[in-house]
Design a protein around this ligand. Structure first.
Ligand code: NAP
Length: 302
């Protein structure tokens, strides 16, 4: 099996050894005659922009969970699979749980300034409703960890499909889910339907002082509306890992706003050690014509 690797230059040394170890029967290359390849391993920043010459490719396997930078490519007619990986799930669950606990326990309240602030005891997690917007692979992982910590979690998804242990609402009931969210975790993909979903009206439905945590995609949020909302306390604080422009420009008001925490798109990384076996499994399926895992629905965009 011949597999073409297309990603940023610095990804090759990180990924090639793990991919070759997970799939020793594969011949992995960074260039070559397009017609000779059976599959493509893809991440943004690589050299392939035209997929048409790769006429014999049976699988384009993304190393990223989010596929917004490839799904709309008109030359891509081959099956596209996105990354679903146990390391990604664990990393994202830890990120969401960590920042949710910071919000819940009011960790920022205790400046080391000699003031004995014992007037505000946080409730137990059971009294702190959390809404997770997006109940896919990562939303479910975050919801499971938050539930294990004791938070009552409401999930929201396009379909409202049932998830064990979580009450899930369809997107039509988003306003209801926002109104109860003392902590809102956003794990939606970037699609035409999610862009700008959290606008001024939606943000105003959050309870006063709610925390918004967004490690999904920056396009979800109307930045101006968020800044105005933060000035009024709805939400009370935003933890943002993803942005409309990345890296976040140095003069963006998010950097200076006292109620914003910026993290630099580090919530969950695809790690070669856990992801390479997933890639290998899908490559082998492609080679023998078995159903592929984690296929992207082009019409929905995720
Ligand atoms: P996924 O498994 O495809 O799940 C997507 C979820 O979003 C599904 O529950 C889906 O609903 C829901 N959804 C999609 N469109 C919707 C809409 N218009 N309204 C309401 N719900 C909608 O994706 P995933 O693996 O969980 O990943 C989620 C996103 O996380 C990725 O797309 C990527 O952008 C982001 N991400 C960020 C990082 C980081 O480091 N910051 C790392 C990895 C991924 P259904 O269940 O009904 O289909």
């Amino acid at each position: 099996m011949r597999v073409r690797f297309s990603a940023r230059d610095d990804a090759w040394s990180e990924w090639a050894p793990a991919l070759r170890a997970a799939c020793p029967e594969m011949h992995l290359d960074r260039d070559g005659d397009p017609a000779t390849f059976d599959a493509i391993i893809y991440a943004p920043g690589g050299d392939i922009t035209d997929f048409a010459p790769y006429a014999n490719v049976r699988l384009v396997q993304s190393l990223w969970a989010g596929v917004e930078r490839i799904v709309g490519n008109a030359t891509l007619t081959q099956p596209l699979a996105r990354m679903v990986d146990p390391g990604l799930r664990q990393g994202m669950a830890e990120y969401c749980a960590g920042w949710a606990m910071r919000a819940h326990l009011g960790m920022d309240r205790y400046a080391q300034d000699g003031i004995w602030r014992n007037g505000q005891i946080p409730p137990l997690a059971a009294e702190r409703p959390v809404t997770v917007l997006g109940m896919g692979e990562l939303g479910q992982a975050a919801a499971a960890m938050l539930t294990a910590l004791g938070f009552p979690v409401t999930g929201v998804s396009a379909s409202g499909r049932a998830v064990p242990g979580v009450s899930v609402l369809p997107i039509a009931q988003l306003d209801q889910a926002l109104a109860r969210a003392q902590i809102l975790v956003c794990l939606l993909p970037d699609t035409p339907a999610t862009r700008g979903l959290l606008d001024a009206d939606r943000l105003s439905r959050l309870p006063d002082g709610a925390w918004l945590i967004n490690p999904g995609r920056g396009t979800l949020i109307d930045d101006e509306a968020l800044l105005r909302g933060l000035d009024r306390g709805r939400p009370g604080h935003a933890v943002l890992d993803v942005f409309r422009t990345e890296p976040l420009p140095g003069d963006h008001p998010f950097w200076a706003h006292p109620a914003v925490t910026v993290t630099p798109h580090i919530a969950a990384e695809t790690r070669p050690a856990t992801a390479a076996p997933v890639v290998a499994q899908n490559l082998r399926r492609a080679m023998v014509g078995r159903p592929l895992l984690h296929l992207v629905d082009r019409d929905r965009g995720y």
